[in-house]
Design a protein. Structure first.
Length: 185
Protein backbone atom coordinates (compact mmCIF):
# COMPACT_ATOMS: atom_id res chain seq x y z
CA UNK A 1 0.00 0.00 0.00
CA UNK A 2 1.11 3.57 -0.63
CA UNK A 3 0.08 6.99 0.61
CA UNK A 4 -2.20 7.43 -2.41
CA UNK A 5 -5.25 6.26 -0.48
CA UNK A 6 -4.63 8.86 2.25
CA UNK A 7 -3.92 11.54 -0.34
CA UNK A 8 -7.32 10.87 -1.96
CA UNK A 9 -9.10 10.91 1.40
CA UNK A 10 -7.38 14.15 2.39
CA UNK A 11 -8.27 15.83 -0.90
CA UNK A 12 -11.92 14.86 -0.46
CA UNK A 13 -12.01 15.92 3.17
CA UNK A 14 -10.32 19.24 2.44
CA UNK A 15 -12.93 19.92 -0.24
CA UNK A 16 -15.64 19.72 2.41
CA UNK A 17 -13.66 21.35 5.21
CA UNK A 18 -13.10 24.58 3.24
CA UNK A 19 -16.86 25.18 3.43
CA UNK A 20 -17.03 25.04 7.24
CA UNK A 21 -17.55 28.45 8.83
CA UNK A 22 -17.50 29.32 12.54
CA UNK A 23 -21.23 30.12 12.53
CA UNK A 24 -21.88 26.41 11.83
CA UNK A 25 -19.76 24.98 14.68
CA UNK A 26 -22.70 24.37 17.02
CA UNK A 27 -24.82 22.49 14.47
CA UNK A 28 -25.45 18.74 14.86
CA UNK A 29 -23.77 16.07 12.76
CA UNK A 30 -24.64 12.45 11.89
CA UNK A 31 -22.40 11.52 14.85
CA UNK A 32 -24.93 12.11 17.62
CA UNK A 33 -22.32 12.90 20.26
CA UNK A 34 -20.48 15.49 18.11
CA UNK A 35 -21.43 18.89 16.79
CA UNK A 36 -19.59 20.42 13.81
CA UNK A 37 -16.92 21.90 16.12
CA UNK A 38 -16.15 18.51 17.69
CA UNK A 39 -16.17 16.80 14.31
CA UNK A 40 -13.79 19.39 12.81
CA UNK A 41 -11.49 18.95 15.81
CA UNK A 42 -11.58 15.17 15.29
CA UNK A 43 -10.87 15.44 11.56
CA UNK A 44 -8.04 17.96 11.91
CA UNK A 45 -6.73 16.38 15.10
CA UNK A 46 -6.81 12.98 13.43
CA UNK A 47 -4.15 14.05 10.95
CA UNK A 48 -1.90 15.11 13.83
CA UNK A 49 -2.66 11.86 15.68
CA UNK A 50 -1.54 9.85 12.63
CA UNK A 51 1.80 11.65 12.70
CA UNK A 52 2.19 10.99 16.43
CA UNK A 53 1.35 7.30 16.03
CA UNK A 54 3.75 6.86 13.12
CA UNK A 55 6.66 8.94 14.46
CA UNK A 56 6.31 9.29 18.21
CA UNK A 57 6.11 13.10 17.91
CA UNK A 58 3.99 14.40 20.82
CA UNK A 59 0.39 15.38 20.11
CA UNK A 60 -2.37 16.78 22.30
CA UNK A 61 -5.91 15.47 21.79
CA UNK A 62 -7.22 18.58 23.57
CA UNK A 63 -6.18 21.08 20.90
CA UNK A 64 -9.09 23.21 19.68
CA UNK A 65 -8.34 23.63 15.99
CA UNK A 66 -11.53 25.67 15.54
CA UNK A 67 -9.90 28.50 17.49
CA UNK A 68 -7.72 29.21 14.45
CA UNK A 69 -7.52 28.55 10.72
CA UNK A 70 -8.92 25.03 10.39
CA UNK A 71 -7.90 24.59 6.76
CA UNK A 72 -4.32 25.59 7.46
CA UNK A 73 -4.17 23.29 10.50
CA UNK A 74 -5.63 20.51 8.35
CA UNK A 75 -3.15 21.11 5.54
CA UNK A 76 -0.26 21.07 8.00
CA UNK A 77 -1.43 17.87 9.69
CA UNK A 78 -2.37 16.12 6.47
CA UNK A 79 0.94 16.97 4.82
CA UNK A 80 2.87 15.70 7.83
CA UNK A 81 0.73 12.53 7.97
CA UNK A 82 1.29 11.76 4.30
CA UNK A 83 5.03 12.29 4.80
CA UNK A 84 5.03 10.02 7.89
CA UNK A 85 3.23 7.22 6.06
CA UNK A 86 5.52 7.74 3.06
CA UNK A 87 8.76 7.47 5.02
CA UNK A 88 10.99 4.48 4.23
CA UNK A 89 9.72 1.40 6.07
CA UNK A 90 6.58 3.13 7.37
CA UNK A 91 4.14 0.71 5.74
CA UNK A 92 5.91 -2.27 7.35
CA UNK A 93 6.32 -0.57 10.74
CA UNK A 94 4.14 -1.89 13.56
CA UNK A 95 2.09 0.98 14.98
CA UNK A 96 0.72 1.07 18.52
CA UNK A 97 -2.87 2.34 18.41
CA UNK A 98 -5.42 2.61 21.24
CA UNK A 99 -7.33 -0.39 19.87
CA UNK A 100 -4.60 -2.59 18.33
CA UNK A 101 -1.03 -2.85 17.09
CA UNK A 102 -1.10 -2.86 13.30
CA UNK A 103 1.26 -2.48 10.36
CA UNK A 104 1.46 1.00 8.84
CA UNK A 105 -0.11 -0.38 5.63
CA UNK A 106 -3.25 -1.30 7.56
CA UNK A 107 -3.25 1.90 9.59
CA UNK A 108 -3.09 4.11 6.47
CA UNK A 109 -6.25 2.38 5.21
CA UNK A 110 -8.01 2.97 8.52
CA UNK A 111 -6.88 6.61 8.58
CA UNK A 112 -8.12 7.11 5.02
CA UNK A 113 -11.51 5.60 5.71
CA UNK A 114 -11.83 7.67 8.87
CA UNK A 115 -11.00 10.91 7.05
CA UNK A 116 -13.32 10.17 4.14
CA UNK A 117 -16.24 9.08 6.30
CA UNK A 118 -15.97 12.17 8.47
CA UNK A 119 -15.89 14.28 5.30
CA UNK A 120 -19.27 12.66 4.53
CA UNK A 121 -20.42 13.53 8.08
CA UNK A 122 -19.41 17.16 7.61
CA UNK A 123 -21.00 17.38 4.15
CA UNK A 124 -24.22 15.96 5.56
CA UNK A 125 -24.18 18.33 8.55
CA UNK A 126 -23.60 21.33 6.27
CA UNK A 127 -26.25 20.33 3.72
CA UNK A 128 -23.65 19.70 1.01
CA UNK A 129 -23.74 16.95 -1.59
CA UNK A 130 -22.64 13.69 0.02
CA UNK A 131 -21.84 11.95 -3.27
CA UNK A 132 -18.12 12.34 -2.58
CA UNK A 133 -15.48 10.81 -4.91
CA UNK A 134 -17.68 7.92 -6.15
CA UNK A 135 -14.92 5.59 -7.35
CA UNK A 136 -12.81 6.15 -4.26
CA UNK A 137 -15.84 5.70 -2.00
CA UNK A 138 -16.52 2.36 -3.71
CA UNK A 139 -12.91 1.29 -3.09
CA UNK A 140 -13.19 2.19 0.61
CA UNK A 141 -16.59 0.48 0.87
CA UNK A 142 -15.30 -2.74 -0.71
CA UNK A 143 -12.35 -2.76 1.68
CA UNK A 144 -14.53 -2.05 4.72
CA UNK A 145 -16.89 -4.89 3.79
CA UNK A 146 -13.93 -7.28 3.65
CA UNK A 147 -12.16 -6.16 6.81
CA UNK A 148 -14.65 -4.79 9.34
CA UNK A 149 -15.86 -7.49 11.73
CA UNK A 150 -19.21 -7.18 13.49
CA UNK A 151 -17.40 -7.40 16.84
CA UNK A 152 -16.35 -3.74 16.54
CA UNK A 153 -19.95 -2.54 16.19
CA UNK A 154 -22.08 -1.23 19.02
CA UNK A 155 -23.44 1.89 20.66
CA UNK A 156 -22.01 5.27 19.66
CA UNK A 157 -19.29 6.39 22.00
CA UNK A 158 -18.69 2.80 23.12
CA UNK A 159 -17.81 0.86 19.97
CA UNK A 160 -15.67 1.88 17.02
CA UNK A 161 -18.65 1.62 14.63
CA UNK A 162 -22.42 1.61 14.88
CA UNK A 163 -24.77 -1.02 13.54
CA UNK A 164 -25.05 -1.23 9.77
CA UNK A 165 -27.70 1.05 8.33
CA UNK A 166 -29.55 1.01 5.02
CA UNK A 167 -28.60 3.64 2.44
CA UNK A 168 -31.28 2.47 0.02
CA UNK A 169 -30.78 1.05 -3.43
CA UNK A 170 -30.07 4.47 -4.93
CA UNK A 171 -27.62 5.64 -2.27
CA UNK A 172 -24.28 6.88 -3.59
CA UNK A 173 -21.14 4.90 -2.85
CA UNK A 174 -20.25 7.43 -0.14
CA UNK A 175 -23.75 7.05 1.34
CA UNK A 176 -23.37 3.26 1.22
CA UNK A 177 -20.02 3.51 3.04
CA UNK A 178 -21.46 5.85 5.67
CA UNK A 179 -24.41 3.49 6.22
CA UNK A 180 -22.12 0.47 6.40
CA UNK A 181 -20.12 2.24 9.10
CA UNK A 182 -23.27 3.00 11.11
CA UNK A 183 -24.55 6.35 9.87
CA UNK A 184 -28.23 6.91 9.24
CA UNK A 185 -28.47 8.08 5.64
Amino acid sequence: MSTEVLEQAVATTRGVLVNVTPDRYDEPTPCASWDVRALVNHVVGGTHFYVAAMTGVPWSPDTDYTAGDIVRAYDDGAGAAIAAFGAPGAMEQMVELPFATLPGAVFVGIASTDQFTHAWDLARALGQDTDLAPDFAKQLLDNARKTLPDEVRGAEGVALFGARQDAGANGSNADQLAAFLGRRV
